[in-house]
Write a protein that binds this ligand. Sequence first.
Ligand code: ACO
Length: 385
Amino acid sequence: MVEQTIATSDEAAAKVQRKAGLEGVVAATTAISNVDGQAGRLVYRGYDIHDLAHSTTFEEIAYLLWFGHLPTRTELDGLRANLLAERTLPDSILSLLRGLPAETAPMDALRTVISAWGMYSQIEGTPTIEQALALTARFPLILTTFHRFRQGLEPLESRSDLGYTANYLYLLTGQEPKPEHVTSLDAYLVMLADHNMNASTFTARIVASTSSDLVSAVVAAIGALKGPLHGGAADKAQEMLEAIGTTENAEPWIRATLTSGGRLMGFGHRAYKTTDPRAEELREMALQADPERFVFARRVEELAVAILAEIKPGRRLYTNVDFYSAVLLNSVGIPVDLFTPTFGVARIAGWTAHILEQAGDNRLIRPLAEYTGATYAVFVPLDER
Ligand code: ACO
């Protein structure tokens, strides 16, 4: 971690600290979720992720993040009915989706179409829970419609008998979703729904702090999630597993990657200095979902952690959420380039909860930058340069 005391000419800020990547800097207060990186513990409003992962649905977690408590049966039914009522896309959005080139990167499609939806829907002003709900309901619709069009297929009608997760799988594949796939994907969405001040959530909060609208904050967050150091790592982890190919090739591949300065996707985390608790859950689920693939992935994981400890001693690099996400999402039939957008289908709940929290007790987020340019430059008019 780079830490430095900077002298400025401002008396009031005579001593300020710079921390590269804002590591360890507390940038907000939140009551939504907490990460204890030393203990490997993640809580949503006090509830341990291990308790929530297999015993709640995505809708329950969205309710928890938005409203602060787990819903009663009546409250949950109300939320489901509201989400159901929002499962529509206007013709303007369908036309836009139909016109996108088939080779458009899905995260670019998501970012573009969410932005357009905000414009057509005239989303403006102080963010509201109704806007959060309307946007959350449309994330799966936009992605699956894009996916169907790019395959030359017509989009399917949402099914009112299916919940958020099952309907996403149905719209994607056109098949009756298998109960075990729905259970696995629901647990994934629950675990990925929020994660304290991760890069995309911070981005969303910065935009919200300018009193901008909810869709603008979400569009910015999608841009941050796309990067391979954040949400873009799951498909890269899948590519890594494919490139390794065999158990025999794992050790030489990992060593060659690390000695040439490369990174192992799905390993290391800014907050966790032990195994990510979501990776522990996903490891178990991957074993159930795809035992053959699991054996290979587990061997790669063991080697990766051991070789990282040897080549990068003291950095405490362990498995993060994205490594087994790749195995799990693959096992339920999500195409590789929809891994990161599917992360978004979960994280929209957390982003919007944070946007609402920021807007509810706002102060503009506006940090400083250490200036490293010239102190005094002599101006020369254009014609004399
Ligand atoms: N593979 C190889 N080396 C690594 C890895 C990795 N996956 N992660 C960190 N390191 C090394 C760095 O090279 C660096 O080594 P050095 O001290 O010799 O320079 C040291 O560990 C510290 O790395 P930083 O980049 O400073 O650590 P930071 O906290 O900024 O990184 C990050 C966190 C970006 C997640 C990093 O671990 C990484 O790039 N991982 C791979 C991508 C990934 O899996 N991202 C998903 C994260 S989870 C999520 O966002 C959902």
